[in-house]
Design a protein around this ligand. Structure first.
Ligand SMILES: Cc1cc2nc3c(=O)[nH]c(=O)nc-3n(C[C@H](O)[C@H](O)[C@H](O)COP(=O)(O)OP(=O)(O)OC[C@H]3O[C@@H](n4cnc5c(N)ncnc54)[C@H](O)[C@@H]3O)c2cc1C
Length: 551
């Protein structure tokens, strides 16, 4: 296990010291659209391919925590590098984890360990997010299938040694019409397979996004993943893993943006001092910091919940993909305006920030758009909000902190009734009230949080999309309360907690005249002023091993 923890440490080291990870190198590859193969081989040497392979073969042996931090470090400086190296391979691997047989898993694991690229081809231009409208055909013939059609806007096709393919195998019932296949070089090198035009993209410019065309290409029955006609079900289960982990992984890139901004604010001297001397600047900087921190807290709560309560994961993962990418995108936008005109310059530090702004949207729309996930969440909301008379907060917190190894086989298409995360709210709010009993501002904020819960339930009938947003805010708030009621929380956590809860519960209420809010912002900016490196590195919630509760 320690070897795997070393993957993220090795990548963190590379981010700081390896020439292939220097801003000048990354920006040069971004300009030319070429792949940063030197950085890719560092990632391989660090063991990320082996880590993913090990997870695929035995998902109990690698925690989601370890996967997230390793892939997060890979993406920290360059999302395009991460997407190009293995994020789409990870998506492919989740399909195999859900439905592949042992031999298929071994095949894909060998490719991952061997530093090969793996593509996943779901998308067709005419169908977009509508999986049931995919028309790429896999027609059943003796001993196998004949593939005909085109997949477009797919990453890494030209260099893929493996491909997970979503294809129409025919059925009157649209839900049973599609199947998944695993293709390797044996199939991909056949006559009749051609790589189609490359798509130019605004961001992730050195990911090679193209199409692939199959003209009546035979593949054997053994390529079928799971059972014919069940691709929709497998995809929706695999999405529960990727929609939960990918926003968490991309939070490392947002943190890199915060690190660039913090360095800028420390070093930029105006009117005889650095930018922390400007009160309004401190406030805006603290708010952007709080939003990036919040994204990490909510992402880790949902990751823990995926393992602890997989029967709710369809709802949690939709909440993750709907709420987190826009939250981080907004924070990145604010950070850009704090860097000022320099963010528009394309050299080194500031060029890295400008690249982040261009790259980050792919987190929202790649692999099912945020709005699609909001719609999915809306469908599950009545079940999530179904109230149970009693719930034991301590055992829920214990379950979140305990590694559950059998979660993968427990994923479902439906979502169970009565969300255990939401049932933490009264207990965590009460603990927080006790912690800040003397602080009127906190007491009032917690009252507003309770009102948000009431509004969420009240809007379920009349405004279900609004209820979905309020539900996500409540889950975000619970992740904050979990952090600040932990035994080792300090003033900086409390300050981040106050600002995030204000922003979640009082979006229309301008805090500029609230002295408590401004002093929380000052606590955050003092912290930033003295940091070197990732400002949030030591502020994220850390589950205690075998710890039954946070308090
Ligand atoms: C850089 C990049 C790399 C990619 N790599 C791959 C890859 O490797 N493999 C692959 O298979 N695909 C890949 N894709 C495709 C990607 O996964 C998306 O599925 C695809 O872009 C479809 O998104 P769309 O916005 O065009 O969809 P559309 O379905 O055309 O959606 C249009 C708009 O309508 C909204 N919308 C659609 N349905 C709903 C709904 N039910 N409820 C509410 N709103 C809805 C969407 O959110 C969007 O805003 C990649 C795309 C990009 C840009």
């Amino acid at each position: 296990m320690s070897d795997f923890i070393n993957v993220s440490s090795a990548l963190a080291q590379a981010n700081h010291h390896h020439p292939a990870f220097k801003a000048s190198a990354i920006l040069s590859f971004d300009r030319t659209g070429e792949i940063n193969t030197a950085a890719e081989s560092v990632i391989h040497q660090a063991g990320l391919g082996n880590l993913l392979a090990t997870w695929l073969l035995d998902n109990e042996s690698v925690t989601l925590e370890t996967l997230t931090s390793a892939m997060g470090e890979m993406c920290r400086q360059d999302l395009a590098l991460g997407l190009g190296y293995c994020l789409t391979a990870f998506m492919a691997a989740t399909n195999l984890a859900v439905a592949g047989n042992d031999e298929q898993k071994r095949t894909l694991a060998a490719l991952l360990s061997d530093d090969r690229r793996i593509a996943i081809a779901y998308h067709e231009l005419q169908a977009g997010n509508d999986l049931t409208a995919m028309t790429f055909k896999a027609s059943k013939v003796e001993g196998g299938y004949l593939l005909s059609g085109c997949k477009e806007v797919v990453n890494n096709l030209a260099r893929a040694h493996g491909l997970v393919l979503f294809a129409d195998t025919g059925n009157d019932n649209p839900a049973c019409r599609h199947s998944l296949f695993l293709l390797t070089q044996t199939e991909l090198n056949q006559k009749g397979v051609s790589i189609e035009r490359r798509f130019d993209t605004l961001g992730v410019r050195n990911c090679h996004i193209s199409g692939i065309y199959f003209d009546r290409v035979f593949i054997a029955d053994s390529c079928l993943i799971g059972e014919q006609g069940r691709a929709g079900e497998y995809a929706l289960k695999a999405f529960q893993i990727t929609r939960t982990l990918l926003p968490a992984i991309s939070q490392f890139s947002a943190r890199n943006g915060l690190e660039i901004l913090t360095r800028f604010a420390q070093n930029r001297v105006l009117y005889g001092d650095n930018l922390f001397a400007i009160p309004v600047y401190r406030k805006e900087l603290a708010e952007a910091t709080a939003d990036v921190w919040l994204a990490g807290e909510m992402a880790s709560l949902l990751r823990h919940a995926l393992q602890a309560f997989p029967q709710f994961a369809n709802g949690y993962s939709s909440a993750s993909k709907y709420f987190l990418p826009p939250l981080m995108k907004q924070a990145i936008k604010s950070m850009g305006s704090l860097i000022g005109a320099r963010y528009y310059l394309m050299n080194d530090d500031f060029g890295m920030f400008e690249k982040l702004v261009r790259d980050f949207p792919v987190v929202s729309f790649g692999h099912a758009g945020s709005l699609v996930c909001q719609t999915s969440l809306v469908h599950m909301l009545p079940r999530l909000l179904a109230e149970k008379s009693q719930s034991d907060a301590s055992s829920i917190l214990t379950a979140l902190n305990t590694s559950n190894t059998s979660w993968l086989s427990a994923l479902r298409l439906s979502c169970s009734k009565s969300d255990p995360l939401l049932s933490l709210l009264p207990t965590l709010t009460a603990r927080c009230r006790a912690l800040f009993a003397q602080q009127a501002e906190w007491v009032s904020l917690l009252t507003d949080l309770e009102a948000l819960k009431t509004q969420c339930f009240d809007s379920l009938q009349q405004d279900i999309y609004g209820a979905a947003t309020r539900y996500c805010k409540l889950i975000a708030a619970i992740s904050v309360l979990r952090n600040i009621t932990a035994t080792d929380s300090q003033d900086i956590h409390h300050a981040l907690g106050f600002i995030t809860l204000w922003r979640l519960t009082r979006p229309m209420c301008d805090p500029s005249a609230n002295t408590y809010y401004l002093s929380a912002a000052d606590t955050i900016s003092h912290y930033l002023q003295d940091t070197d490196g990732d400002p949030l590195a030591s502020l994220m919630f850390q589950p205690k091993a075998n710890h039954s509760d946070n308090n």
